[in-house]
Design a protein around this ligand. Structure first.
Ligand SMILES: O=P(O)(O)OC[C@H]1O[C@](O)(COP(=O)(O)O)[C@@H](O)[C@@H]1O
Ligand SMILES: [Mn+2]
Length: 643
């Protein structure tokens, strides 16, 4: 072993005792049960529903409450206590409103603190004291530890403990302590969170999801196609930029662009007002509780058309300069017969409806008007100078990747592109062919390169981010084409269909999943593939657990816009030391509903895989790192102290 490295290590562990203590500590931790992993996907800006799932640990909080108090409490009491753990601030206010006098409230405080401590003690039973300490409310660590670790069998200290409770209450600290303990519990039930893609688009509050993730104790992200789109926009891809604004307009979310990220839409609005009118297919999909005036709707409709047309124009030069993207079928503006208002797609002619081609030059449809060009420049400047967007995109890059191998499983938002025979589909990039894991690594390389070079707007890396959003061999998209144009302008629904990569039916077969796991260097006997991206139509009897349990698809649709197709409000997955469980969630209405009616009872669990023996930290990714550290410390012991 490198002496320099060991000398460096010796600076931190400068006595034999320190080395030995750390080895004992790490060996002991390796023998604890593995922490709980929590998988979520396709959050699509639905912050309220997402944070509810985080707060209840996909049902884990309630399960622990039941384990402890089932015998003595009614269902109502269990729900009330669970609501207190999820939303402590609000629930305390409700309780205060219900209790008639101070004595009753003090009694409630006394009992509640004790119940919370019991729950924390149970929820932290597989963690070290030091890990629990880090999760406790900072200002109360000392007293909470006193109360948690009371081991006085002689009862000599009973009055001492009682006094602690009394003082907390009389000094007016009970609310703060209960709130702190509730958040500690939320944190303890999940050790690590995986977000399997699509934080952005469709829903109203992706920024709040990002802020929550930034503050979360342990998280990784597998980018979804929509996340890649936002990264692309920030990295200088004008066509990605046009897309994010178009989608925000379509879902009545332009305030994310304007108010949240501070991007000035005025120049785009001026252009839109000049060239566009009201148009039924470009009217925004309104959020149920969003009040928008008719004039605002018309304004959004105009912006929607202006940016959609800019998007279609911007696609053309990219498709032309990257023939191996194989997207010439998508040169749609060039296929239009502008005199007769029709288009030829796949040898068939379709009439065009609700068109808005005022800015298109039929001779050169990719040509942007001078004004469009200027609008884009201003938008890009704004996007790349938004401090908040920079923070969110940097975090996406830091914690994100295209796919992740974690504890033997393969996490990926979309797919591994396959051909009909189940072989890895090849894609040519410049003069090289790539497939499978190699292809994904190349995609990720380009995406990171584009992000690192935001000033370059039409190099291969930047174009590639757009390809990741919409290309047929993209592992995040996985469809032959994105039929945005057809859905706006052609009535015939046949043209709206987006043909999926064969992966989406082949993944039902166990051998295919095994083969993919092998390609990624994972053990097919133990590993699973975890996907998001395609809504599972539970309504039509589709099973999210496929290929004999090797494949789990957890997109049940947090996205409100898709809930009528899925029939439920989302799946999440839990993987603890006993195995893997899929949780189906019912629609999330509101916090008020949880607080007053305890409506989160409807999460149903399904076993995916059971560990034959309880899985220990030693057998996890973290365990591997610990073993590496132990081995370094043992080398240090020999090198420095055992002479
Ligand atoms: O219904 P919308 O919002 O117009 O979006 C439809 C588009 O979104 C996509 O489904 C991609 O988004 P998802 O990753 O959420 O599925 C495209 O395939 C499709 O063209
Ligand atoms: Mn997706």
């Amino acid at each position: 072993m490198d002496a320099q490295f060991l000398d460096l290590l010796a600076q931190q562990y400068d006595t034999e005792e320190k080395v030995i203590t750390e080895i004992i500590n790490l060996e002991a931790i390796s023998n604890l049960p593995k922490g709980t992993e929590h998988f979520v996907s396709d959050l699509h800006g639905e912050f309220q529903a997402f944070q509810h799932v985080l707060r209840n640990g996909s049902g884990t909080v309630k399960e622990k409450i039941k384990d402890l108090f089932r015998e003595e409490w009614t269902d109502q009491e269990i729900s009330d206590f669970a609501a207190l753990v999820y939303y402590p601030e609000e629930k305390i206010q409700l309780v205060k409103g219900d209790l008639c006098n101070k004595q009753a409230l003090n009694r409630w405080y006394r009992q509640t603190i004790e119940h919370m401590l019991k729950l924390i003690s149970y929820a932290s039973s597989k963690y070290t004291r030091s890990k629990l300490r880090k999760a406790l409310p900072e200002r109360f660590v000392y007293i909470v530890e006193e109360l948690l670790y009371k081991t006085d069998l002689t009862h000599n200290k009973d009055p001492y403990y009682e006094e602690i409770y009394r003082q907390i209450i009389s000094l007016g600290q009970a609310d703060k302590l209960i709130i702190g303990l509730a958040y500690t519990t939320q944190r303890l039930v999940v050790d690590h969170l995986h977000v399997v893609g699509d934080i952005y688009d469709r829903g109203p509050e992706p920024d709040k999801i990002m802020d929550t993730l930034i503050n979360y104790h342990s998280v990784d992200i597998q980018w979804g196609n929509h996340d890649a789109l936002w990264i692309g926009a920030y990295s200088g891809s004008l066509v990605c930029l046009a897309n994010i604004i178009r989608i925000c307009a379509r879902y009545d979310n332009l305030d994310i662009i304007e108010d949240v990220y501070g991007i000035n839409l005025r120049p785009l609005l001026n252009l839109a007002e000049k060239y566009y009118d009201d148009n039924p297919v470009f009217r925004p999909k309104l959020q149920a509780d969003h009040n928008v005036s008719e004039s605002e709707i018309v304004q959004i409709t105009k912006i929607h058309q202006a940016i959609a047309m800019i998007q279609f124009k911007l696609e053309i030069p990219i498709i032309k300069r990257r023939p191996y993207f194989n997207m010439s079928e998508r040169l749609l503006l060039e296929k239009i017969d502008y005199d007769n208002n029709e288009i030829n797609i796949g040898g068939k002619t379709y009439p065009l409806e609700n068109t808005c081609f005022a800015t298109v030059n039929p001779e050169q449809p990719e040509q942007l008007l001078e004004e469009e060009q200027q609008v884009l420049e201003k938008l890009l400047f704004s996007v790349q100078h938004s401090e908040k967007l920079a923070r969110h995109m940097n975090f996406l890059m830091k914690k994100g990747s295209l796919y992740l191998k974690y504890n033997g499983n393969l996490l990926i938002h979309g797919c591994i592109p396959l051909d009909e025979e189940g072989n890895m589909e090849e894609m040519q990039i410049e003069d090289q062919l790539y497939s499978g894991r190699q292809l994904l690594d190349v995609f990720e390389y380009y995406l990171r390169y584009a992000f690192a070079h935001p000033e370059e707007t039409d190099d291969l890396a930047t174009d590639m981010v757009w390809y990741i959003w919409t290309g047929e061999c993209s592992s995040l998209f996985g469809k032959r084409e994105m039929t945005t144009f057809e859905r706006y302008f052609i009535q015939d629904k046949e043209t709206h269909k987006e043909r999926k990569n064969p992966y989406y039916h082949l993944r039902e077969h166990e051998e295919i999943c095994r083969k993919i796991l092998l390609d990624f260097g994972l053990n097919p006997d133990h590993g699973h593939i975890i996907n998001g991206h395609t809504p599972v139509r539970e309504i039509r009897g589709e099973n999210p657990v496929k290929a004999g349990g090797k494949m789990v698809v957890i997109d049940g649709g947090f996205s409100k816009a898709y809930q009528s197709t899925t029939g439920i409000a989302g799946y999440t997955l839990l993987y603890n030391s006993f195995g893997m469980q899929l949780v189906a969630h019912q629609k999330f209405n509101s916090r008020e509903d949880v607080l007053c009616n305890g409506t989160d009872v409807l999460s149903v669990k399904r076993l995916v895989d059971k560990e034959l023996e309880r899985k220990l930290v030693r057998e996890t990714n973290v365990g591997e790192k610990l073993q590496q550290k132990i081995s370094n410390l043992k080398n240090l012991l020999e090198y420095r102290y055992m002479k």
